[in-house]
Design a protein around this ligand. Structure first.
Ligand code: PMP
Length: 345
């Protein structure tokens, strides 16, 4: 028996990045009368959506002659970009130095070390301070011979890769039926590149930023200023306080703020109703997609990003003691209750 629908062998790690499945979230689709579709980015070979940014940035640097054989890739990252960069670097024969805030989850720091990145942990510091992990990474790159600073926040090779891959894949996979797209912002690369592509294909596609508390993107896309960034979130990898170059020019129709209670109930819903074991930003993204579906009414095809798996957050997200401390133990809302609560956002 042959399986003619299966693709032929891919040429190594880099060729296996992207072309991820689109998964219909059945319960939330039924409850909203829409198709709620999750792009399974956790199935990328490095385990997250950031494999795309890593590959896009490294290939762009190679093409521009900024990264030469035997060179060093340096980045400040909360985790997933570092994981993707380290794996792409290994596949292509580069060294990788990763600067990471020391409040990030143990799993991600351990994984980076296991992958062979040179990991430098720094205390968390605001962007404007010289001790900020991103600023430290820039200095390390300057001081290291043959080094290239990936600069995922302001290097638009990041958003451009989503424009060239994530957007077209979603368009193809829905046969052009996609009517809305929702994503949270870390660097802004995913939302910018994908929303830009989809808007070009059809200006009617409703583009949504789903923002965690403590971030300023809701304020930016709603009011055009960064003044409102109150609250806090357990979400990792998202939550931006400034207009990065990858955020600039993102066509966003509507932004929603998603509190952690909704994040948690959504993540547990996805596990218990769909069997999907997904990370914190997926809770924000899927809630954003449901909110977009409710805004536009029945019959929509709403796509969002399932950024990574929950393994990377297991010691927090599925740890009763940690959840209790945060007052975030799941209440296991019914699907109807979850949708009702999201409707209030
Ligand atoms: N979710 C997770 C888990 C991430 O690591 C990131 C990237 N930091 C994002 C979402 C946001 O993606 P982007 O950087 O493209 O905005």
């Amino acid at each position: 028996m042959t399986a003619p629908h299966l693709p032929k062998a891919l040429d190594g790690f880099c060729a296996a990045v992207g072309n991820t499945p689109l998964i219909r979230l059945r319960r939330l689709s039924e409850a909203t009368g829409c198709e709620i579709l999750g792009k399974a980015e956790f199935l990328n070979p490095g385990g997250s959506v950031k494999d795309r940014a890593a590959l896009g940035i490294i290939e762009d640097a190679e093409a521009k002659g900024l990264l030469k054989p035997g060179g060093v890739v340096v980045e400040g990252t909360a985790g997933n970009t570092g994981i993707g960069l380290t794996q792409v670097a290994k596949a292509k024969g580069y060294r990788c130095i990763i600067v990471i805030p020391d409040d990030q989850s143990r799993e991600k720091i351990d994984l980076l070390r296991a992958l062979g990145a040179e990991v430098r942990t720094v205390p968390p510091a605001p962007y404007k301070e010289p001790g900020n992990y991103n600023k430290v990474a820039a200095r390390v790159a300057e001081e290291t011979p043959g080094a290239f600073w990936a600069n995922q926040f302001d290097n638009t090779a990041n958003a451009d890769f989503h424009y060239r891959t994530t957007g077209p894949e979603i368009w193809e996979q829905t046969d052009g039926r996609v009517t809305a797209f929702a994503a949270a912002v870390g660097t802004g690369g995913t939302l910018n590149g994908t929303a830009r592509y989809l808007k070009e294909k059809s200006p009617d596609v409703f583009t949504v930023c789903a923002d965690p508390m403590g971030a300023a993107m809701w304020s930016w896309f709603t009011h055009g200023h960064l003044d409102i960034d109150d609250g806090d979130s357990i979400a990792e990898g998202i939550g931006q306080g400034r207009v990065t170059r990858n955020v600039e020019g993102t066509p966003v129709d509507k932004a929603y703020r998603v509190p952690d209670r909704i994040l948690i109930e959504t993540v547990y819903h996805l596990l218990n109703e769909e069997g999907l074991f997904l990370g914190t930003s997926c809770g924000i993204n899927v809630a954003g997609a449901v909110r977009a579906a409710l805004e536009k009414g029945k019959g929509q095809a709403v796509v969002t990003i399932l950024c990574d798996g929950a393994q990377r957050y297991q010691s927090r997200l599925f740890n009763d003691e940690w959840l209790r401390e945060k007052d975030l133990r799941p209440e296991h809302w019914s699907t109807a209750r979850l949708v009702d609560e999201i409707a209030k956002l």
